[in-house]
Ligand binder design. Structure first.
Ligand SMILES: O=C(O)C(=O)C[C@]1(C(=O)O)C=C[C@@H](O)C=C1
Length: 110
């Protein structure tokens, strides 16, 4: 990964902005790769929750499990701290996904 340093001697503004453009491109390529990982990972997660939904519908189990969610939130907060990610954001993100899953479960129960 390139890094941007202010040219002290010799470098022109054109050199500087060409380098900045290259660094931006590299970051965006990494972001695109990571976004793809996120999407594929979410797809895998939803495959499992779909199976869980089927199981819950078959055995007449409740769509949501607040005790399990509390454990997931605790674990995720800890992971987020270690990953240098805002734990509040991580919690919000998980709650967003889980509420979508619960909607899917409820539809499967109809
Ligand atoms: O583990 C379950 O029981 C699920 O239905 C999965 C899941 C989740 O998406 O992680 C969704 C709803 C529950 O409230 C808890 C967890």
């Amino acid at each position: 990964m390139l890094d941007l340093q202010t040219p002290k001697t010799g470098g022109t503004m054109t050199d500087y902005s060409e380098k900045a453009a290259l660094i931006l491109k590299e970051h965006r390529e990494s972001i695109d790769r990571l976004d793809a990982i996120l999407i594929y990972t979410l797809g895998e997660r939803f495959k499992h929750t779909q199976s869980v939904g089927k199981l819950k519908a078959t055995y007449d189990l409740p769509a949501s499990d607040p005790k399990r969610e509390a454990q997931q939130i605790d674990r995720l907060e800890d992971l987020a701290k270690r990953a240098d990610l805002d734990p509040k954001f991580a919690t919000k993100f998980l709650n967003f996904i889980i509420s979508e899953v619960i909607q899917h479960h409820k539809k499967q129960q109809k």
